[in-house]
Design a protein. Structure first.
Length: 337
């Protein structure tokens, strides 16, 4: 069994890791909870993975006592001998998993988990930490080519994408800040495309921003494929911390990520510096609701999101300039070779 957090972005992060696990153990038959990315053929073929053999309920990732009997029945019925737990948690709030792991040891079921890497999460990208866990168990993982979807890339010069949505409102940058940024981008002669998902409040925000002079298109993304293809056609992406960021890294699209309520040191995509830059809210890092695993305890509880004030349009422009400089340097080095 392989256990990950629910988000589609997590699926994009772990896809190359699962491919490495399959290459190391080609006889392996494993199970996962449903994940849109990992259940998609073009994702699996791009990284060279065959996919899981079956599924189990998403909420089993929490190892709740109420699910324990059904979980063990599933393990016994399918002959599961190994549980690979790639959830990013930490010791003081992961007691249910520790109870499960203790019982697993008694039943002869092996467990691999990120707690092996230390009792407190490291402030390194989650994908790199998960890769280190697999390497510790003799699974070779090469993260040297993170742009595993780059063959789909068809950038349009001067087009900046702004992904203004996010599943949790606390992770969304305010409209007035996006507006200021878009005005600055327009003044630089760039064109802007605004994109969001299907949530009504996200689409309301996109409609408000569509009136900005620099905005040439507003995109309402209805599938993982439409998000992929939109990002593939951008010169650069600016986005809240969402799935879009991890897809951009996989596509090799330069991206600046706004970490409003999460820790960018942990949740940045696995990407080269000339592809990915982060703008971090210092308010979020000092907030009492920030967990050591780099996520907010109040994602869905109506927090007024003071952390958003920790990211200013000027900060984003600085990172865009740094990204452009890194890209020019990388291009020059390639030409010299």
């Amino acid at each position: 069994m392989v256990v990950i957090n629910e988000g589609v972005g997590n699926g994009i992060i772990v896809a190359p890791l699962l491919a490495a696990l399959e290459r190391r153990h080609p006889e392996l038959r494993y199970f996962m909870s449903p994940n849109t990315a990992l259940d998609t053929e073009w994702v699996r073929s791009a990284v060279g993975m065959r996919g899981a053999s079956g599924t189990f309920p998403k909420l089993w990732r929490r190892f709740l006592p109420a699910d324990r009997k059904a979980l063990w029945d599933f393990i016994d019925r399918n002959g599961v001998e190994l549980v690979v737990n790639l959830r990013m948690e930490f010791a003081t709030e992961d007691g249910n998993y520790f109870d499960f792991r203790s019982e697993a040891a008694k039943r002869g079921v092996e467990c691999w988990d990120l707690h092996e890497m230390g009792s407190r999460p490291q402030r390194r990208p989650f994908g790199e930490q998960a890769a280190d866990l697999l390497r510790a168990h003799d699974v070779p993982v090469d993260l040297g080519h993170p742009a595993w979807l780059e063959d789909r890339r068809q950038p349009r010069t001067g087009v900046v994408g702004c992904y203004v949505g996010a599943s949790a409102a606390v992770k969304r940058w305010p409209a007035e800040d996006w507006s200021t940024l878009m005005t600055e981008l327009g003044d630089r002669g760039l064109t802007v495309e605004v994109a969001v998902g299907l949530a009504a409040d996200e689409q309301d925000l996109a409609h408000r921003l569509s009136a900005e002079p620099a905005v040439t298109d507003t995109v309402f993304l209805r599938s993982l494929e439409t998000l992929r293809d939109w990002i593939a056609g951008l010169d650069v992406l600016v986005s809240n911390d969402t799935l879009a960021v991890h897809l951009a890294a996989a596509l090799g699209c330069p991206v600046v990520t706004l970490f409003l309520a999460t820790d960018g040191n942990i949740w940045s995509p696995v990407a080269a510096p000339d592809v990915s830059r982060a703008v971090q809210s210092a308010i979020a890092l000092s907030c009492s609701y920030m967990k050591p695993n780099g996520t907010c305890r109040r994602y869905y509880s109506g927090c007024p999101a003071p952390c958003a004030a920790g990211v200013r349009p000027a900060d984003v422009l600085i990172e865009l300039d740094q990204l452009a400089w890194s890209m020019r340097r990388a291009h020059h080095q390639e030409v010299v070779k």
